[in-house]
Design a protein around this ligand. Sequence first.
Ligand code: PMP
Length: 408
Amino acid sequence: MLNLKNIRSEFPILSREVNGKPLVYLDNAATSQTPLPVLNRIMQYYTETNANVHRGIHTLSQIATQEMEDARKKAQKFINAKHDYEVIFTKGTTEGLNLIAYAVGNSGLLKSGDEIIVSQLEHHSNIVPWQLLCERTGAKLKVIPMDENGVLQLDFLEENLSEKTRLVSFNQVSNALGIINPAEEIVRKVRQNSNALIVVDGAQSAPHFQIDVQKLGCDFFVFSGHKMYGMMGTGILYGREEILEKLAPFHGGGEMIATCSFEKTTFAGLPFKFEAGTPNVGGNIGLGAAIDWVEGIGRAEIHEHETALMQYCQSELLKLGGLKIYGEKANRIGVVSFTLENAGIASDAGMILDKMGIAVRTGHHCTQPIMDYFKIAGTIRASFAVYNTFEEVDILVEGIRKAQRMLG
Ligand code: PMP
């Protein structure tokens, strides 16, 4: 049983007021709040050991390097990667996906007529980098369709995978609807029917349940620190050693070279080949602390609590009536995404909720293709973290009742 009082006491922001009302923070799929142990760890880094890493003989530089490499090992364990050098620090999921797209393109792995497959449930950051790659190479983008429950139609894979398919990228959990995709089944089908590289966007799964990249069998897995109680501007790209070794770099610069001359530059080994320039040392150490914090609570416990909040929220909203929940029947994490019938656009309700201190996200959630499918401009999305309570769900539902009265 989680001790929510203790957990909440570690998040000072949760006791502030917004618009004169206690904050009810339900926008965790966009970014989660950061607990004191993580903030203190970053403070400790900046007050005690701040120095540039990997290139200093002096003591602080060595300590900072050690601390950042410790954080890398924590991330390795967090996703069960085989080696710590398969874990690359990034600015977040978006940078991770772009890194893969550029590295794959720069390595000549794609030619005109080849195919990349994504799903209809993707965030723009798992669409646009592949579209740009297609433009650069003449490859074609194909899309796994979904049904009206938001469930991906996996027959599409058998029908469309071929030797032309060079890469398949999909999210383990949809940010807009919270739907958990059958990642292992997708990986199995891709492996059975093609030699494609497999990329999993874990931005919305890593914070909420156990990840095992070896069991999953993907080639790449990316996620963001700021959605899992860490800092903005941090993230992880996991890549299988065998693939990373073959790929050309993304960014060029300091840290990523073995030797550099005007005639020829050779590149450093993994992971440094993909980490050009000074990294976000404090942020990366903070991500290590966030991992410790999450593990301290337990991902199974987090998942159970958030799922219970989601189910309660869904059933209370359905009792209100006059609304439609997207992906209502699908297997989901702690996300409820819905529209109100005959009650303006999503942001109208969002503004009313904001006046009540309730933070939800409204709009297309960077997933316009999903909105196009449902022929809507956007949804109201409540997304839960481990610190949310059933009382907060009640406040949200009451807020929605008021919004329906005011807008209906
Ligand atoms: N993919 C998914 C599924 C996401 O939810 C997000 C963030 N909303 C991203 C990618 C992009 O993450 P970031 O903005 O942290 O780079």
